[in-house]
Design a protein around this ligand. Structure first.
Ligand SMILES: [Zn+2]
Length: 215
């Protein structure tokens, strides 16, 4: 899991979702009340499986020589309150954060959005780092919502998934559609997709598309 989470950080760099040391990936350790997360303030080039840190679901350091990411409390809150979640990602990716800065949800105007997010990508509350308010905002917004990503107002993106890789995919797709819908907006008013078509696309993509493999 340390290697998996370490390697997934390279995807954030590859897809241009992060600057300097901002952004982080975590993955729940199956069958344990533990997760692996990025160490705080270590540059992406210096991440190794060995310097990843292990925390419990209260965000306390369990194993590792570095202190955990400053966003650890938010990740821990999500794992405590959403048992189905196996991975969490946080970025300040440019286009998605631009939507967050305006406090505007990304409307579902692309079939790729219907596929991946099942509708709009919602906005979560403005919340300051330091206590559970970011985690609470993420959980309140995403619980019972199809979207695997939330735009935390004036901040950036948190995404969730069945595992860490799934959460990274949601972060990548969130930035991709944020950019496309932004560009569409510059040219005019994007056309909405009827709700029953969104439902059909979402159902097909989630249940039929791709290679079936036992999980
Ligand atoms: Zn942040």
């Amino acid at each position: 899991m340390r290697r998996t989470v370490c390697d997934l950080h390279a995807e954030l760099v590859r897809y241009n979702l992060v600057a300097w040391t901002a952004g982080n990936v975590s993955g729940r350790i199956p069958g344990e009340d533990l997760f692996v997360i990025k160490p705080s303030g270590v540059s992406y080039d210096e991440l190794t499986p060995e310097n990843m840190v292990v925390c419990d679901l209260d965000g306390n350091l369990v194993e590792g020589e570095h202190s955990p990411s400053s966003d650890t409390a938010a990740h821990a809150y999500v794992y405590r309150n959403m048992p189905e979640v196996g991975g969490v990602v946080h970025t300040h990716s440019t286009y998605a954060s631009a939507w967050a800065a305006r406090g505007e949800a990304i409307p579902c105007v692309l079939t790729a959005m219907a596929d991946e997010f099942g509708g709009e990508i919602p906005v979560g509350p403005f919340a300051l780092i330091g206590d559970d308010s970011i985690g609470q905002g993420i959980v309140e917004t995403l619980k019972g919502h199809r979207s695997k990503a939330v735009l935390m107002q004036n901040h950036g993106v948190f995404s969730i998934g069945t595992d860490a890789r799934d959460a990274v995919k949601a972060a990548v797709m969130c930035e991709d559609v944020a950019r496309t819908v932004h560009v569409a907006r510059q040219l005019g008013e994007p056309l909405p997709i009827p709700q029953d078509d969104i439902d059909r696309l979402y159902d097909r993509y989630q249940n039929v598309y791709g290679q079936r493999s036992p999980r």
